[in-house]
Design a protein around this ligand. Structure first.
Ligand code: NAD
Length: 262
């Protein structure tokens, strides 16, 4: 069992955040934590029904929440989303690129030989191009404010081999870490940091797409002997989004219970 985390109700007071893929799983955990810590948070997702459900269960007493339906792989929708959030909150200080897909077929990844070009492109579009589009849409306000935080949710699968997810997924996640490094160099002098968080196995709907046997085998090999929780990842994001992390940029933070170490 994970131990319950601590949080500061004022850590992100006055900040305005966008979290993509926030209707469930890790994205929802990140949105909940940032809200509890005082930020206004736009929960961005293409699943309207899941967003409605998420909104009804959010913590009370923190920052304001705004639900925005948006397919983050589409440039027009991303631009519209950024305009809507800026209008509602007055700006965007924190961007968390979390939305992603990891297609499975009867609980298994498609191998490189099996995967279609369409599936390859869809994964790259949703997982990686989306982060490029969201960063471009959110950066102008951050540049103007001379302050910003961008956090890409990468994956252990982008750091080492994975038997669970496909090559397209791993490539997209390695790309997110690389995007963080390059962008970090481009905007560092403007008070904006860009980092990646690489979760290991986290207990979410995405992790349920493979069989319980595969998950059990995996769990037995994690040094802390448990899967992570969305809040384990949210705590890392919260730190990287804070003032305290101003000297951390271009980094990839592993949050994996020791399952992968370098
Ligand atoms: P999840 O599948 O439970 O949730 C993903 C969310 O993204 C969903 O709400 C979905 O509707 C949304 N989404 C998908 N495509 C979208 C699009 N085009 N536009 C907008 N929203 C879209 O996934 P999760 O397990 O919570 O994973 C969250 C992040 O963490 C992902 O980036 C994932 O790759 C990463 N990750 C997860 C694990 C894990 O074990 N769960 C491990 C490593 C990394």
């Amino acid at each position: 069992m994970a131990t319950p985390g601590c949080f500061s109700p004022v850590l992100h007071a006055g900040r305005r955040a966008v979290v993509t893929g926030a209707a469930r799983g890790i994205g929802l955990g990140i949105a909940q934590r940032l809200l509890r810590e005082g930020a206004d948070v736009a929960l961005v997702d293409l699943d309207r029904a899941a967003l409605d459900e998420a909104l009804s269960g959010l913590p009370q007493g923190g920052g304001r929440a705004l639900a925005v339906v948006c397919d983050v792989s589409r440039e027009d929708e991303v631009q519209q989303m950024a305009r809507r959030v800026t209008q509602a909150f007055g700006g965007i200080d924190i961007l968390v690129n979390n939305a992603a897909i990891s297609p499975k077929h009867q609980g298994r990844k498609a191998t490189v030989a099996q995967a279609t070009l369409q599936e390859w492109r869809q994964v790259l579009d949703v997982n990686l191009t989306s982060a490029f589009l969201c960063a471009r849409a959110c950066l102008p306000g951050m540049v103007e404010a001379r302050w910003g935080r961008i956090v890409n949710i990468a994956s252990q699968a982008g750091r080492t081999r994975s038997e669970i997810s496909g090559a397209h997924y791993g490539a997209s996640k390695a790309g997110l870490a690389s995007l963080a490094r390059t962008l970090a160099c481009e905007v560092g002098e403007l008070g904006i940091t860009v980092n990646a968080v690489a979760p290991g196995r986290i207990d979410t709907p995405m992790a349920q797409t493979v069989s319980p046997e595969v998950n059990e085998r995996y769990r037995a090999n994690i040094p802390v002997r448990r899967f992570g929780t969305p809040d384990d990842v949210a705590a890392a994001v919260s730190y990287l989004a804070s003032v305290d992390a101003g000297f951390v940029t271009g980094a990839t933070l592993d949050v994996n219970g020791g399952a992968f170490m370098i």
